[in-house]
Ligand binder design. Structure first.
Ligand code: ASP
Ligand code: MG
Length: 404
């Protein structure tokens, strides 16, 4: 007998009919002798609708009150799913996050789970029930309801799997797994059977939107076997996200991620002296703008250029900040550029293979794609290129690294 946590996303339970369909799937799993804990999202579109209601009153609703509203979305689907299960003879009981002791910190709208009390869930499982739990929500020490950030039901699922020491956490969604790259850009992109936590973290942080990134961090930390699979297929295999020991083989490259949400800022002709990087980036970080890649040129005649990337919607704000500080930094000019994208190769096999970067640059050179910035980690190489060259770059890299 296995204990399985299954999480169903908004599309999977977007109508009453789909909820009934999910109930039948759960029934099958149970008949195979598994214990089941089910986590659900709100029906698709519901969380946005609720935010919209609050925003009809003000653009900046009180975060505590917003969470009060948002937690209702999942409260509807747990009740409906429990009713659907009972109606086909499956004993079930639903709980809100608060009722099963999902304790979070106090950061409304983006709370972090601190602990989960698994006793109540365990008792209901022992009584033979399927336990249905509201995703995306918890309660703080003062008893305020909190939510975990958009897409947070994934994290609820993984956290419950960790707390219950489940055999697997299955994330049911509208895609059938994690792909080598976005199939809209490369039609020959392939579903991966397995991928390591570290690779998935890179893919998720680089824009592959299959899972909330925090859920992957959680899974990696607590070694929760995590599977992404389609609700709409009969016997889906999906993609297993697991520790490296469980991988059968280590291809050099597992996937190609890319992000269009990039912009670059350049500060020209600043004096090359201690404190200059700090002077440039401190006001940026004070404004809560996240900086990604950073490059400082070799200095010429005592001055240097400093370039960094931010997400595109932070670009204007960052430019304005740099301009107000330009004189005190001694900069000649400040430039911004929203026409860039980032393309990254990800693979743990890179650790043991030399020459991946050179091969990547060769492929881009053959395509006539100019590289503007480069950054690397142990398992990732990222380049910044012009936006118009994204498709060509990703397609040629996908072919060159045998991902089809
Ligand atoms: N319902 C929430 C959202 O739309 C949480 C989730 O679906 O994971 O973000
Ligand atoms: Mg989601």
């Amino acid at each position: 007998m296995a204990l399985i946590v299954q999480k169903y996303g908004g599309t999977s339970i977007g109508t009453v009919e789909r909820i009934q369909n999910v109930a039948h799937k759960i029934k099958k799993w149970r008949e195979q002798g598994n214990e089941l804990v089910i986590v659900v999202s709100a029906m698709s579109g519901e969380t946005n609708r609720l935010i919209g209601l609050a925003q009809q009153i003000t653009n900046h609703p009180n975060p505590r009150e917003l969470d009060m509203i948002l937690t209702t979305g999942e409260q509807v689907t747990i009740g409906l799913l429990a009713i659907a299960l009972e109606s086909i003879g499956v004993p079930a009981i639903s709980f809100t996050g608060q009722q099963v002791g999902i304790l979070t910190d106090q950061s409304f709208n983006k709370a972090r789970i601190q602990s989960i009390d698994n006793k109540k869930i365990r008792a209901e499982l022992d009584a033979g029930k399927v336990v249905v739990i509201a995703g995306f929500q918890g309660v703080d020490e003062q008893g305020n309801l909190t939510t975990l950030g958009r897409g947070g039901s994934d994290t609820t699922g993984v956290a419950l799997a960790a707390a219950l020491k489940a055999d697997e956490c299955q994330i049911y969604t509208d895609v059938d797994g994690v792909y080598t790259t976005d199939p809209r850009v490369v039609p020959k992109a392939r579903r991966l059977d397995r991928i390591s936590f570290d690779e998935m973290l890179e893919m998720a942080s680089l824009g592959s939107k299959v899972l909330q990134i925090r859920s992957v961090e959680f899974a990696s930390k607590y070694k929760v076997r995590l599977r992404v699979l389609s609700t709409f297929e009969e016997n889906p295999q999906g993609t297993l996200i697991c520790s490296e020991e469980e991988l059968m083989e280590n291809p050099v490259i597992s996937g190609i991620a890319f992000s269009r949400d990039e912009a670059k800022l350049t500060v020209l002709g600043v004096p090359d002296r201690p404190g200059i990087a700090y002077a440039i980036l401190k006001p940026i970080s004070d404004a809560n703008i996240e900086v990604d890649m950073i490059i400082q040129n070799q200095s010429v005649a005592g001055t240097t250029d400093f370039t960094f990337t931010v997400s595109r919607n932070d670009c204007d704000k960052a430019l304005a900040i740099l301009k107000t500080h330009a004189t005190e930094m001694g900069a000649k000019e400040v430039l911004s550029d929203k026409g860039i994208v980032k393309v990254s190769l990800v693979g743990i096999g890179m650790r043991s293979h030399a020459g991946v970067a050179a091969r990547m640059f060769e492929v881009l050179f053959n395509e006539g794609v100019n590289i503007e910035m480069i950054s690397t980690t142990e398992i990732k190489i990222s380049v910044v290129i012009r936006e118009g060259e994204l498709e060509r770059a990703v397609q040629s890299l996908h072919a060159a690294f045998d991902l089809e």
